[in-house]
Design a binder for this molecule. Sequence first.
Ligand code: SF4
Length: 124
Amino acid sequence: MYFPLQDIEAARLNVNDPEHLRIHSLETFGTHDGPGIRMVVFVQGCQFRCLYCQNPDSIDVKGGTLVEIEELVKRAVRQKNYFGAEGGVTVSGGEPLLQRSKLTHFLKNYISRGLTPALIQMAV
Ligand code: SF4
């Protein structure tokens, strides 16, 4: 089921606060969300209601914590040596594309620091 109000609310957040990403949690040593060792950013907010939601407390677009995007990039850069050749950053959720403009900002900064492209896990 699709809940457009969540999308509208998230669109406002994308425009009004482009420097911060609303996240549910951060895992700094993830081994299940992509190859190698990964920093997993679980974003907050989802416009879907999957019957067996894997992370129901990440649905509310007004929940979670606002974190500075630059701070997330710095954390990823500090972890670069742990990532090795295969690891990197995974963005999961929640629904990452609800905060797409902020994610674009995050990914551009992240790649410009020489890190490998990130994985984005979306609802399908
Ligand atoms: S897309 Fe993910 S977070 Fe959203 S309802 Fe489905 S399982 Fe839950």
